[in-house]
Design a protein around this ligand. Structure first.
Ligand code: SF4
Ligand code: SF4
Length: 292
């Protein structure tokens, strides 16, 4: 982020002469229960956004279609670039200014009717489009997200310490999860939705019927021992996450579950799971089986 700070500060650094930013919010909420709901102790929690297809690919294709329509309709040539969570764009800031939603105390963009299960994407263009009214903060005196965060990552309203956030610890971090934070990771094996699950604006959030966002088999509250026993080959087809990172996370979640059957799975010998022999994974397995 530091490397791209200058480009992130002004979209005209990526599209010279930019006049407008179009922000789209795509609802990806699906029917199954929230990860913090009533699930058996040996269940794993996987972040809702990862249940369906890879949103980068799906939304980029849709933005390209929108851009083609704009070019056909505009009646004049213009420069434009489309981004889906990848470019040097402060997308939540633009989303607030574009009226998609306000940035909540949990740092997510919240729409008062749609909630925060939204994929954001944007088109930066040189067309002088009429702006929408910005969204207004509607968090009020609520502090549910701060109270619910199990690792204290929301250090104060709107301030997220990424190094404590389970999303960072389970997806971005390549090394060992710091021991003092492992208990707080709970059953989360890939990302964390807790500060969105508890948000009042998500309690009646609409559900998408889009096939792209429906859960792939076994990704909504799967059983921890089943996840651990998946051969490495299966995982490669399912996710872009690193296998050692996933096994590290599953080991921590099994340690936190205290479930005897799941703990037994951790120490099985299985040649179809070579990533389980990675030193980082083994250290987390040792932590899990010794956890009181
Ligand atoms: S995603 Fe989870 S760990 Fe991160 S701030 Fe929200 S509740 Fe806390
Ligand atoms: S839980 Fe409350 S404070 Fe947190 S983002 Fe939602 S409305 Fe805002």
């Amino acid at each position: 982020m530091a490397r791209s700070a200058e480009r992130r500060a002004d979209v005209r650094a990526v599209v010279p002469g930019a006049r407008s930013v179009i922000v789209t919010g795509t609802v990806y909420n699906s029917v199954p229960p929230y990860s913090s709901g009533e699930t058996p102790p040996e269940s794993a929690a996987i972040s809702r956004y990862a249940w369906g297809d890879d949103y980068h690919d799906v939304l980029k294709a849709r933005l390209d279609g929108l851009l083609a329509w704009m070019r056909a309709e505009a009646g004049e040539p213009f420069e434009a670039r489309a981004y889906v969570d990848t470019g040097p764009v402060q997308e939540r800031v633009y989303a607030q200014h574009a009226g998609v939603g306000w940035i909540g105390k949990n740092t997510c963009v919240i729409n008062p009717e749609l909630g925060s299960w939204l994929f954001l994407a944007e088109i930066i263009c040189t067309l002088p489009l009429a702006p929408d009214a910005p969204a207004l903060d509607q968090c009020g005196t609520c502090t549910r997200c701060l109270d619910a965060c199990p690792t204290g990552a929301l250090v104060r309203p709107w301030v997220l310490d990424a190094t404590r956030c389970i999303s960072y610890l389970t997806i971005e971090l390549r090394s060992a999860i710091p021991e003092p934070l492992r208990g707080g990771v709970g059953a989360q094996v890939y990302g964390c939705d807790i500060c969105q699950d508890v948000c009042p604006y998500n309690q009646a959030a609409p559900v998408s019927s889009d096939p792209a966002w429906q859960p792939r088999a076994g990704l909504d509250a799967p059983r921890l021992p089943d996840l651990w026993r998946r051969p490495d080959e299966d995982w490669r087809a399912l996710t872009r996450a690193t296998l050692t990172g996933l096994r590290r996370n599953i080991a921590v979640a099994i340690g936190n579950s205290g479930d005897a059957g799941a703990l037994a799975a951790l120490t099985e010998h299985a040649p179809d799971r070579p990533s389980a022999d990675d030193p980082i994974v083994r250290e987390h397995v040792a932590w899990a089986v010794q956890k009181p």
